[in-house]
Design a protein around this ligand. Sequence first.
Ligand code: URA
Length: 239
Amino acid sequence: MNNDRGDKLALLHDLGVRVWLSRSGQADPAATAKGHDRAPAEEPVRQGSPADSTAMDWAQLEKTVARCHACDLHRGRTQTVFGTGDRQARWMIVGEAPGAEEDRRGEPFVGRAGQLLNAMLQAAGFRRPDVYIANIVKCRPPDNRDPRPDEAASCSGYLDRQIALVEPQLILAVGRVAAQRLLKCETPVGRLRGRLHRYGESPGVPVVVTYHPAYLLRSPREKQKVWQDLLFALEQGGT
Ligand code: URA
């Protein structure tokens, strides 16, 4: 077994995925499946409506987010958490909101859930810098509560613009908040999984929904389903 394959199998093991090996020793997927800147001393941005950001380039957008006071979440933040990764990535990962560690470091998914997200990405054949990672809201909600609809709405123009600039071939929405916000629905994640959705105007960006890694930390038995979702996403292209 070469080292790459050994690493991948170890990651799948971390994900709790049972891997079936064919007689040739190859993993059989089918069988298996069955930052950013501290707010500068400039005028705060009070209006965060989507229309404000539609024409911005990366630098303008990042600066605007760093100064944003469009909702009350700005009061509790250490810094905004803009997004990270390849700005021309084929896959974009959208999560919910920064947690304590992300708020401290200014980067999404760097806590325990982030480590599991990295393992998920590696199992799918990506390194973390190969994808672009962003959240529905850019500031940490107090006590790690879910972002409220008005907070997500205030921030939505920023994510819309990030998606427009990256032009990903696929969006992986992790968790209920990301999935429902991107797809403008209230359907539970369990019913959104396993189907290809579209984000934005026709033809739209393909969206695959899976569970949030923080949920997997609480419910490790669902990891097998996430592996199925990743295989489904890989089948949609964008690889
Ligand atoms: N959970 C998220 O949804 N996003 C992060 O950045 C960290 C944890």
